[in-house]
Design a protein around this ligand. Structure first.
Ligand SMILES: [Zn+2]
Length: 169
């Protein structure tokens, strides 16, 4: 799941307008950002995602993100949603990914990444729904609901899915 995560931040912001959108967007992709921060390749003993997407690491990430959000925003809605979105990330990855969710556990997930057109369809629908719903929210951040934002999100997803297709050969 790539832009589908950002769509959950859009939806959270439309449901809870008192929360700030930026930390929600960041929180929704924190496990993936952590993946990029970690050494890649075979430097992790089994799967690097054990340290970013599996229990108990994801709880540590969610708690750390929550503390940071509280320190910066001092708003309960923002803090709670940040924690929730980090946890929701790994649940949504069950659809697109295929990886262990606890140390020594089996790989789980529908692995939609191996079918890029289907992945694009699913994530594009999520993005469009999130964009439309937030756009209809009175206090929506204008940049986030500008048509250009939708184009950028869909283009980014298309780029990722072309990359996945390349990886799958
Ligand atoms: Zn992920």
């Amino acid at each position: 799941m790539v832009t589908g995560h950002l769509a959950t931040a859009y939806l959270a912001r439309s449901r809870w307008p008192r929360a700030a959108l930026l930390p929600l967007l960041v929180a929704s992709i924190i496990p993936d950002l952590a993946d990029f921060a970690l050494p890649q390749g075979d430097q992790c003993r089994t799967s690097c995602e054990l340290y970013t997407h599996a229990m108990p690491a994801v709880f540590v990430l969610a708690a750390a993100a929550g503390v940071l959000a509280w320190e910066i925003y001092h708003r309960r809605a923002t803090t709670n949603l940040v924690i929730g979105l980090v946890l929701l990330h790994v649940v949504m990855d069950l659809v697109t990914g295929f990886k262990p969710y606890w140390p020594g556990g089996p790989n789980l997930g529908l692995h939609l990444y191996t079918r890029p057109p289907a992945d694009f369809a699913l994530e594009a629908v999520l993005v469009v729904i999130g964009w439309i719903v937030l756009r209809r929210t009175p206090s929506a951040p204008r940049a986030a609901v500008h048509p250009a934002a939708l184009v950028v999100l869909l283009a980014a997803q298309a780029g990722m899915d072309l990359w996945f297709r390349h990886l799958n050969g």
